[in-house]
Ligand binder design. Structure first.
Ligand code: NCD
Length: 311
């Protein structure tokens, strides 16, 4: 296993073999999970703390499940954003967690860079579960695994990431991963929701949804992340759906065997039509959640191998 670091803070900086190895290991966990077998010894005696300063359904529960399936003691700490006194409180929290001798620390935080800061202050291996608008590396891994299972390889695929790119850490991590692995990435959305540095990230920018979806292999939809917007960057939800919502008519422009993805939580009727979200053959949204557990098991496994045996 070629993974280069003690932590998983970002996809940016990982090289193709690191990503491919993680995905191969995750695939083996996906098969193990489907067979109903568990591997409860790997993280036996290890403590995993889920430290969530922002809401989460899928990410927190799947880290919890992944940790438990590998035999770790898992503790969930949800900290309401309103009570967080930024920097100082975060570092105070870090020293508390350090005193508890936690081995693996999963953190979600509204501030970009919070997991990296924490990683300098604790002994535990730190996993970024989403920081501000920066990165959400395990989401990109689970998306890549889902794509690979349907398309065989990431190389040469046309992936259209649509909607609120500017505020999306999911988009950033996916852009880094997919471009590193040889996919052609398009970002599709209104100018107000495309980051100014998009072209620097090696993607093609489209403001017209139909042009952006033409012949795409993968269509990835994103939520309008209003909690991260300052001011109204979109007119009304109805207007947004008309131009940028994924419905059957727009999806017809993508390849006939293209798959539809969404990291959740979905706003049906805003960025995606219900009939497409629930489409029996095109939507892989449920499989993304399943692969989330497998990918998080792979990440915990790889990071745990680098931990000192006895702390
Ligand atoms: C995403 C997140 O939190 O960045 N959700 C997730 O982890 N599945 C996307 C979002 O909040 O829209």
């Amino acid at each position: 296993m070629s993974y280069p670091s003690k932590h998983l803070l970002a996809i940016e900086g990982l090289e193709p073999p690191h990503i491919a190895d993680l995905l191969d290991l995750a695939e083996s966990y996906a098969l193990l999970n489907r067979s109903g077998k568990t591997q409860r010894d790997l993280l036996k005696g290890r403590t995993l703390i889920n430290l969530f300063f922002e809401d989460s359904t899928r990410t927190r529960t799947s880290f919890e499940l992944a940790g438990k399936r590998l035999g770790a003691d898992v503790i969930n700490m949800s900290v309401s954003t309103s009570s967080v006194n930024k920097g100082e409180t975060l570092l105070d929290t870090a020293s508390t967690l350090n005193a508890m001798q936690c081995d693996l620390l999963v953190i979600r935080h509204a501030q970009s860079g919070a997991p990296a800061l924490l990683s300098q202050k604790v002994d535990a291996a730190v996993i970024n579960a989403g920081d501000g608008t920066h990165e959400h590396p395990t989401q990109a891994l689970l998306d890549a695994l889902t794509i690979r299972r349907h398309k065989g390889s990431l190389q040469g695929l046309v992936v259209a990431i649509c909607g609120d790119i500017a505020h999306s850490r999911v988009a950033r991590s996916n852009i880094h991963l997919l471009t590193t692995m040889g996919s052609r990435v398009r970002v599709v959305g209104p100018p107000t929701l495309i980051p100014a540095d998009a072209a620097r990230l090696g993607v093609e920018v489209f403001h017209d949804m139909k042009a952006g979806l033409k012949d795409a292999d993968v269509v990835m939809m994103l939520r309008l992340q209003r909690e991260r917007m300052s001011g109204g960057l979109v007119p009304s939800a109805r207007e947004f759906f008309r131009f940028y919502g994924l419905d059957a008519e727009k999806l017809a422009l993508a390849k006939p065997d293209s798959i539809v993805m969404h990291p959740g939580p979905m706003n049906r009727g805003v960025e995606i039509d219900s009939a497409i979200a629930d489409h029996p053959t095109r939507s892989v949204i449920g499989e993304q959640v399943e692969m989330g557990v497998a990918c998080r098991m792979a990440v915990l496994d790889v990071l745990a191998r680098r931990l000192p045996r006895n702390r």
